[in-house]
Design a protein around this ligand. Structure first.
Ligand code: HEC
Ligand code: HEC
Length: 405
């Protein structure tokens, strides 16, 4: 009799606690818009098929680089999730692709200063939790210093390290590239098709066409998206646990919205990469960097603005160190060393504990089990089904992607 009563109480407690859990699970996705309900071509996006066709060829054509050896795709390649799989990219004078790429030419041109971010889903840069985004003001780069894909696309052409090299000075770079394209018959036809009139080979149209192509590289059919659309079986138990922990711990205070980024800059305290001679001071010398998307991380590592996060374990573990440091108990070393996967990252010595973002200081305590579940959840944000096609030829006749073979 007594035992029976206890059993009834216990089982109703169990039901209660499992209801709680279900409610919890739902809060994770209810406040984020389903990205597949957002119209990519809404919000005044300029986009037509001829522009996309042209933009894709420009993206792959090393004719845009000073020494005709580097294309956008050299550092944003589909084999590496439209990133390059390296801590820091090698642009001008490099040979090969991804981690195997080497600085082949003795040209005093060294590594680029930051990790190459993916261009997948950059159409959505700046998107709000309720799905609003504006192509004209979309923030670009690790420090948000440029707005819009159109403007961004001209940046690498001017960059000495990334694409320009010794071939021409910065002031004449764009004119020189326009001039080259004007001398290629196929580009004249393609620009006329895309922009509707002759003499439309201009630097701003180069940017517009590349941006139109980039906006077609979308990956929004991850297991998480399927789960959000109502398929309860799309996520594993570990992924659901990870989704809950991600939220309870407070990761989603910055990794928010449908791209799991608020697109704001924050001081997290990531250490400098020793491969670089100078410290990277981030946005306006504040050591703040933009929250990156957490989609498609499976293919876009290594992580952080300079690639020092060798894998997800090491990257997420860094937040334990950063949180403890921000709270003033940096002696604990909970995040330091000993995980057998590249060791722990230390806080950047140029960052004061008071400078660390409140959202990092306020993270709930978490342990290695949580990290495993969060990693499982982050893998549920991967959609490998994005456009991976590579043009077989480009109008210049050069190798698509530059010297990457
Ligand atoms: C040598 C490697 C390299 C080449 C070549 C290169 N990029 Fe990048 N790209 C980078 C790096 C590194 C960054 C981040 C730089 C920063 O944050 O300061 C970046 C940033 C970007 C971003 C911003 C993404 C975001 O979410 O903020 C876009 C878009 C982009 N590149 C497109 C292009 C296009 C288009 C080209 C060709 C015109 C190109 N890249 C050429 C390495 C490269
Ligand atoms: C204060 C806002 C904030 C909070 C809270 C936060 N992050 Fe971040 N996250 C960032 C910023 C900013 C970066 C980039 C830092 C850098 O590169 O210097 C980043 C980078 C990352 C990266 C690397 C992604 C890439 O492509 O390089 C991962 C993974 C990540 N965060 C996961 C998490 C997890 C898991 C949590 C919770 C434990 C969390 N973040 C909490 C802002 C935040």
């Amino acid at each position: 009799m007594k035992l029976n009563q206890i059993m009834i109480i216990t089982s109703s407690l169990l039901i209660f606690s499992s209801c709680q859990k279900d409610n919890d699970n739902n809060t994770g996705d209810n406040n984020i818009v389903d990205i597949n309900q957002v119209d990519p071509n809404g919000n005044g996006n300029i986009n037509n098929n001829s522009m996309v066709t042209l933009g894709k060829l420009l993206f792959w054509d090393p004719i845009l680089s000073g020494e005709k050896d580097v294309a956008c795709a050299t550092c944003h390649h589909p084999d590496f999730g439209y990133s390059d799989g390296r801590e820091l990219p090698i642009g001008v004078g490099g040979e090969g692709l991804g981690p195997a790429r080497i600085d082949a030419v003795n040209d005093n041109i060294s590594l680029a200063g930051r990790n190459s971010p993916t261009i997948i889903n950059t159409i959505f840069n700046g998107i709000s939790p309720n799905g609003n985004f504006d192509p004209a003001t979309a923030p670009m780069f690790w420090d948000n210093r440029v707005k819009s894909l159109e403007t961004q696309a001209l940046g690498p052409l001017l960059s000495f390290v990334e694409m320009r090299g010794h071939a021409f000075g910065e002031a004449v770079a764009l004119d020189s590239i326009v001039n080259r394209l004007q001398n290629i018959g196929e580009y004249n036809t393609l620009f006329t098709d895309a922009f509707g009139n002759n003499n439309s080979i201009t630097s701003s149209n180069i940017g517009a066409a590349i941006a139109a192509f980039e906006r077609t590289i979308i990956a929004t059919d991850s297991p998480f998206d399927q789960f959000q659309a109502g398929n309860q079986n799309a996520l594993t138990q570990a992924q659901i646990r990870g989704m809950d922990r991600f939220e309870d711990i407070g990761c989603n205070n910055c990794h928010s919205g449908p791209m799991f980024s608020d697109f704001e800059i924050h001081v997290v305290g990531v250490p400098d990469n020793n491969l670089l001679a100078n410290s990277d001071e981030g946005a306006n010398g504040t050591y703040a960097f933009r929250t990156p998307t957490l989609r498609n991380l499976e293919e876009t590592g290594p992580y952080f603005h300079n690639g020092v996060g060798g894998n997800l374990q090491q990257t997420i573990q860094f937040y334990i160190t950063a949180r403890n440091f921000a709270r003033g108990n940096n002696g604990g070393g909970q995040g330091g060393g000993g995980n057998g996967q590249g060791g722990g990252l230390n806080i950047n010595p140029n960052v004061d504990r008071n400078d660390i973002a409140d959202d990092v200081r306020d993270l709930q305590n978490f342990n290695n089990n949580d990290i495993q579940d969060i990693i499982a959840f982050i893998k549920a944000l991967d959609d490998p089904g994005f456009d991976r096609t590579i043009p077989t030829t480009v109008p210049s006749g050069l190798n698509p992607g530059g010297n990457i073979d």
